[in-house]
Design a protein around this ligand. Sequence first.
Ligand code: BG6
Ligand code: MG
Length: 212
Amino acid sequence: MKYQAILFDLDGVLCTTDRFHYEAWKQTAQEVRAPFDEQINQRLRGVSRMESLEIILEGSPLTLSGEEKLRLAEEKNDRYRALLSQLTPADMGEGVRDTLKRLRAAGLRLAVGSSSKNAGFILRQLQAEELFDAVCDGTQITHSKPDPEVFLKAAEQVETPPARCLVVEDASAGLEAARAGGMDCAILGDAEMPFAPTYHLDRLEELPGLIL
Ligand code: BG6
Ligand code: MG
């Protein structure tokens, strides 16, 4: 087999938490009088919480102190966590669960590589923790995507050289991170990408057919 491990992004790949991020950031944008729409939201995919706030603040007439920025990020996260508590195992489709089980049964090691500091909470809500050999998330890294750190650490945790890893992503920051880490990348969905990924998927369920 070409790959020994698959490294999955979480938000937008294994579950659709994007709508919660959108709702929670929308209120922040209103507070700082910045515009917010789907296009701006796309730019927040894969990047860290504080970097996301900086992107929103690009459209704000206000100049905020570091302390005010931290408060805004914390309040956004409180709203986001309240929304996340609605997540149930049904929010990870049976098709996704079966795909993960099939890949693992074929001998592949599976890891999560997410910029989110809420990844542990999300995986618990989805009851999906036992589907993975390792979880590397925003609490373990100092540089978020497009830096390759999260994927390089995840690869290390599943004891696999980068060249034998495949990353599955939905965001351009993730595609760039995979390339910077020397890994192939499958892109799920139709977001615009700066260059062609190794594979393109309309649904995660297509993955075993491409690589097994
Ligand atoms: C990524 C999301 O998974 O996590 C980003 O795609 C988000 O949109 C980032 O900003 C950080 O998330 P959190 O949960 O730590 O605020
Ligand atoms: Mg994502």
